[in-house]
Ligand binder design. Sequence first.
Ligand code: GLC
Ligand code: GLC
Length: 649
Amino acid sequence: MNQAELHRLLSLKSQNKKGGIPLTSLYEQRLATNLSLIKTQFFSLYTEKEHKAFFYTLLDKLESLFKDRPTELQKQDIARLNSGNWYQSEQMIGMQLYVDRFNKDINGLKEKIPYFEDLGVNFLHLMPITTRPTGENDGGYAVNSYHEIDPKYGTKKDFLAFSKKARENNMFLMLDFVVNHTSDEFIWAKKAKEGSQHHQNYYYTYSDRHIPDEFEKTLPEIFPQSAPGNFTYNAEMEKWVMTCFNTYQWDLNYRNPEVFIEMLGNLMSLANLGVDVIRFDALAFLWKKLGTSSQNLPEAHTLISLFRMCLQVIAPGVILLAEAIVAPRNIIKYFGEDTAEGNECEVAYNASLMALLWNSIATKKASLLVKSVTEIPEKPNDATWINYIRCHDDIGLGYEDDFVRVTGYDPSAHKQFILNYYCGKLEWSPAKGLLFMYNPKNGDGRITGSTASLLGLETALEQNNKSSIDYAITKILMMHGIILTYGGIPMIYAGDEIATLNDYSYEENEDHVNDNRWVNRPMQNWSVVSTLKKEKDSPSAIIFNELKHMIRLRKEQIVFADTNNLKVHSCPNEHIFVYQRTHENESIWVLSNFNEVTETLNISWLLSIGVHTGKNSIDLLTGKSFELIHNELPLKPYEQLWIKNISPS
Ligand code: GLC
Ligand code: GLC
């Protein structure tokens, strides 16, 4: 039983009491439930001998943060607590977007609520909207404040009005908490630059290269091309400061307990804007230690759990998403392990599924995908994934080398092949992507590009080739069909619902030209949206309408709620990806053919996994039962079926 369940139990008990429980006692109750855990975690990071006073500061802070939580959100916390794991529901459909690139500003976004409702989207991930440096700012991931809205998006009042409206329309909101670093213009960085030793201790600052050089021996480089190395010299301070990401993003020093306590306050100021899910950005990097890669360290997990346990006392309705784009076995740890099981993040990006789907497209096979997802330990019952195809970032090829070998490839040759396939190095490949941060030192590289361009639509349109266009459309739909039916919350990347191609205009923008992730951060094309109803046969319209249809189907099927009810089958045909979702005695099987030719499955195998055939089952997507040919079920290139048995009457 995780802490959330414990809190739910207590909350229900208090509700049954006559007149309910007053808010102040509620605080006492929640604190008492978590206090010993908070104490253990706090003192495991910060020794009791030296840091006892900070623990008292933390307790005072918790109380004042609780008092500051707006009453409306306090009430919502109670409602959320009592409504179970709402984030696992089949009703959840997400979309990620840049507010300014979508429709100007916060008020512009509010105008588009009907667009989301039409498509069926009820959960929005808004990219950073708080103040940031002018010029380069990593799309707002260099923060000048955690709660002041950048004027180009509007005002705090606009945002509060928007989040209220979202709540009224049963929409959920997610914002980023850039927990690993601030910008070099953040108030603490400014004071550090002015010479405040106190604030220099909020970051990792060094007066000579000795420790930085030691760190460099084992720290990987995140942006080897545009920001090589992990330290930046600051002339004002006359010191080196740790900057794992860009030179203007200063890594916070969580070895200093004050940083944790202050950041908890920042987290709450974000949550109090009316945010339901907080995306913990780059959380794998939170704890730094000489002689290690400083990623995924046990202390980072303790720290995240500590944030979570504190949040549970002050705002238990708010949940956390782990942005840990790391190896599959490491991602799962962000749900919490052992005594912390279920006490870290409720949600994590399914970066493994994402990267493996792109591998399957390039290899036309599902084998590595099946091998990898079936060998990873199952996530805790209270956790869920965000399943996605594309986001604003690059695609990293995070495959387990051992699994790659088992499927018959050499890991580094295979990585090179994938990069070649997507980045214009293979004549036969329809994909149009760009190479991101290629590191000649180790051959590592990542991929950027929009879903539609990576899946061949841009090339097909250039060639004006009808059948290639159709294939690209089918691929785009098949990939979305997977994220809509695999266990978790599907997160559609804004623009993908209308098949937006690569946007090369970033090359003309001096703030973006050094970062080709901007090729997949387009402006939402409202003129295309306005044609969807008239030009029903355009790729955009076909994709939009079919996606809308699939979303509706997902919401109708309780099997698509995530209760760890997913079974991935190892399929005799290596081109076909097959999994089953089950609720009580009802199942849906999702079959996807990754090959560009028709592939078949034998009836006896289908029967062995429980699929009925003939008139006793239907494909939900077409509403028809499927035809067998010589006892084989054919799947056309990139075809997908959502099969459901109908009990014979
Ligand atoms: C996350 C964001 C990415 C950003 C990085 C640094 O990985 O998704 O866009 O560059 O954090 O904040
Ligand atoms: C973070 C993310 C990784 C991304 C990088 C920059 O490291 O975890 O996915 O590649 O930021 O985009």
